[in-house]
Every structure is written in C-alpha cells, then in structure tokens.
Write a protein that binds this ligand. Structure first.
Ligand code: GLU
Length: 470
C-alpha cells in the first residue's frame, strides 16, 4: 500500500514554525516511503480565512522547499462532496437532525455543570421522529454509545477514549455548512490519506473522527500526533516569543536549510547527531523516533545551525538567498563583487544573512560619513601621511589583486618606517567606513581600485576638515 500524508493548514495567519514542523514530518514521511504528500487548505471558516494567509502558507512551503504532489485542495471548493456525505449518513441513520435551540443547548450545559457533570449534548433528538417542519436544525453524528476508541498513535503510543465520554457532535450547522471534524474526515477518506501526522492539539478530535470514518466504512488512517513547541518560558510558542512565522525567519536572515534542520531536531532525534541534510533526513527520518514530550524553541541553536550552513553550503546556494536580502536593503549587486566572493570572505563572521548584508554594505554602497568611534580613533592628523603614501603606491598598481595590494600597503608602511597597525587601521576605516572588515588586501581587492582611492581621498579630506576645525 502506498503511503499518503497531508498537511492541512487553516489559512488564518502565516505559516508558523509549529505548522512548518508538522508539514516537514509529513513531507519527510511521504518522501522516505516513496509515497504522496498532499497539501490541503482548510478554509471553511470564511470569517477567519484569507487569501493573504493562503499565499503566506504557500510562500512558506516554497521557501522551505517542501513540495507537494497533489493540491493545494481547497475545502471551500468541496462543499458538494461534504453535503453528499452528510446526506448519506443521515439516510443511513448514522446521523440525525437536532432541532435544539441555542438556548436549549446552553440550558442543558448549565444544568450538567451545576450537577457537577461534564457538559455534553444529551442526545435528546437522537431517536426522535416527531420532527417539526418549520424549525431550523443542525445535523449531529450518532456517536456509538458504548465501547472504547483506541488510537495506536505512532508517536504518543496507545490512547483509549470511552465512547461514553463523547457526545453527538454537529457535522452540519443549521445553515447547512459542514463542520471541521466532518470535512477533515471526508477529505482524509476521499484523498486516501494513510497517515495523519498533525499537531497534538487535535488529539481530542481523533476519536470522534475515527468514529465517523468507521460509520462511513472507511479504512482508518494511522495517526501520529506531534507534541507542541514551547517558548523558552515553557509556554506554548506564540507571537509573544518573537518570530514564529516561517517567512519572518527568512526576513531575519535564516537559511531554509538551517530552519528545516532545526525544526526536525525539535521533536525528533537520531543519536546525538545535530546536522542533517534534507537528503539524509529522507533516508533516516522515522516517526517512531519522534519525542513524546513538547520541545522548547532555542534561538541560539538555530543561529548556530544557520552559521554552520552559511559556512558549509556551496556559496552559490547561499548566494541565492543572500540576493533577496541585498535587494531588500536596496543595494545594487552590480556595484560590487559577486555574492559568492562576499560569502567567502564574510561568511565566517556572521550568524545570519541579514548580518552578512549589514557588514558588507560598503562593497555595494558608497558612504560620505565614517563610523564615529572608528574615525575618532583612526582618522586623526597622524593618519594623513600614511594614507597618502598608501594611496600613492596603490594608484601605481596596474594589477589589482590581493598580492599586489598587500605589497603596496607594505611598501608604503616601510617607506615611512611605520608598523602595519599605523597604516592598516586608518586604511580600513577609510575604505570601509568602520573598524571591522576581512583582511585589508582582500577587502580592497573586492572594493576595487577606483573606489578604494576615492574613499582614501574622502578620508584625507575628512582628516583635514577636522584638523582645520580643531
Ligand atoms: N486545519 C487544522 C489546523 O490548521 C489541521 C487539521 C488536521 O491536520 O487534521 O489546525
């Protein structure tokens, strides 16, 4: 039997990391088994669903590289099917019309709570045939009264729920629209889903869904409920903890490879291995090695992984993602060195791509001001002479590369009997605007001859202006 998994988000917000992890687990399981991965958009809640959220989910999936084999299916396009199934259950006596008013149901609940009982629908219309013709009704599923539902959860293990605990849930509202539990069941059934991998906030729905599936004569899928993700304070991860939307991680400079690696380890392990490529995961991922306990989000670890991938992925791959940040910062790539070169010299120094752009601005953008502290320290009158000497030697170069630049700086320093420090720091501040950069020869090579010389001129003017003012 071929495996079919699905990811079934409700488009009521962005794709958050919890959802992304569930999607990843479903995707991995399908890929590992050569099965099918379905994307289903559960958009029946018309008030809370939006096209914007659908787009955000699709963007997130695409950015992570979690491709789907079928879909996206939209539940709002499947209402006829749900209606048919509800009608079928009704015709077979497996569902019934309930004419209770909201007030009646409320009163029922209040009485039960007052008596110290768990509130649930008492089945008052379950067997009645004296149906009024002029009153609105909803349709309820006839849940079995006896027996136990057993979930052999692939992550949580065996869970038993007595049918006596479950009431007859509404499967179609009085306006005829189907409810969540019904649509999920119909879709999992009709789409041939064999493995329902989802967040464990749905575990309470599972026995009800299994009962409906059984009533429909459907084969029951296997269930795997993934524990939730907690924030660093032990509470369920939410906006309060900062970034939770997948695309926000892109905006903050993370690579999808890092986030995927992070998410898989958050809830699954393979010995003490930390680094996994997606190809490797497809080989070794298994639901049985998923944690039963919730896991806490740890931004430092994600950063560590991000740094690892910035350093170790092929530069062309990192460049693909860096390009987006460069554009976002309105920098013009054609004005500076190739992104691969920048990654090679700056990759070691940063944790995120956002930082990488920040520390590499001067390759793509001219500036008219120097960082205050660096200027105060290094662009003083004593720096004028060494800067002039360096400029002279650099200007004479016909070949502009790391070796020739290196030699020119050395010769200039020697000609003045100065150590590298006295020449190097002023030069660094002059050409980059600040006190941090990779080695000078590499930095100047990437900035280019003309711009390096122009910036030294600018620094000399700055020193002069400052001297005049003093
Ligand atoms: N649409 C549900 C949600 O976003 C998921 C339903 C399911 O996976 O069965 O929470």
């Amino acid at each position: 039997m071929s495996i079919v998994t699905r990811f079934a988000p409700s488009p009521t917000g962005y794709l958050h990391v919890g959802g992304a992890r569930t999607a990843l687990f479903s995707w991995l399981y399908a890929r590992k088994t050569g099965g099918t991965f379905i994307l289903r958009i559960e958009d029946t809640d018309l008030e809370r669903s939006s096209q914007e959220s659908v787009d955000a989910i699709l963007d997130g999936m695409n950015w992570l590289g979690l491709d789907w084999d079928q879909g996206p299916f939209y539940q709002t396009k499947r209402f006829d099917l749900y209606k048919e199934v509800v009608a079928q259950l009704l015709a077979e006596g497996k569902a019934y019309k309930c004419f209770c008013t909201v007030e009646e149901v409320d009163a029922m609940r209040e009485a039960q709570m007052a008596a110290g009982e768990k509130p649930k629908y008492n089945g008052m219309w379950r067997d009645r045939t004296d149906h009024p013709t002029d009153k609105p009704y909803c349709i309820r599923f006839k849940n079995p009264l006896n027996g136990v539902v057993v979930i052999d959860d692939l992550i949580k293990g065996r869970i038993e729920v007595a049918n006596a605990e479950l009431d007859d849930l509404i499967i179609a509202r009085s306006d005829g629209t189907p409810t969540y539990n019904l649509t999920v069941v119909v879709d999992d059934w009709k789409m041939g889903v064999t493995h329902v991998i989802r967040g464990d906030d749905h575990v309470n729905n599972t026995p009800r869904q299994m009962n409906i599936l059984s009533a429909l004569g459907a084969q029951l899928p296997k269930y795997a409920h993934v524990p939730m993700i907690l924030g660093d304070d032990g509470k369920r991860l939410s906006k309060r903890h900062g970034a939770v939307g997948v695309m926000q991680y892109r905006d903050n400079g993370y690579l999808p490879q890092a986030l995927l690696n992070y998410l898989v380890r958050l809830g699954w392990s393979h010995g003490d291995q930390e680094i996994f490529s997606l190809d490797e995961l497809v080989e070794i991922f298994d639901l049985s090695a998923c944690n039963r306990a919730p896991s806490a989000f740890n931004t430092e670890k994600l950063q560590w992984l991000n740094q690892h991938y910035i350093r170790t992925l092929p530069a062309a791959e990192v460049a693909k993602h860096l390009e987006w940040h460069i554009a976002e910062q309105k920098l013009d790539i054609s004005k500076g060195p190739s992104l691969e070169q920048v990654i090679a010299v700056q990759g070691e120094r940063v944790k995120t791509l956002k930082e990488l752009v920040e520390v590499s601005r001067y390759f793509y953008e001219d500036f008219s001001d120097f960082e205050e502290n660096a200027a105060k320290k290094h662009l003083r009158p004593v720096a004028a002479e060494p800067l002039q000497a360096v400029a002279q030697h650099l200007a004479a170069l016909t070949d502009w590369n790391a070796e020739t630049v290196h030699a020119a700086i050395n010769t200039a320093a020697e000609s003045l009997g100065l150590g590298m420090g006295k020449v190097g720091m002023p030069l660094r501040v002059a050409v980059t605007g600040g006190g941090n950069s990779p080695s000078l020869d590499v930095t100047l090579t990437l900035i280019g001859k003309e711009r390096s010389l122009a910036r030294i001129e600018l620094a000399l003017a700055f020193i002069k202006a400052r001297g005049d003012a003093a």
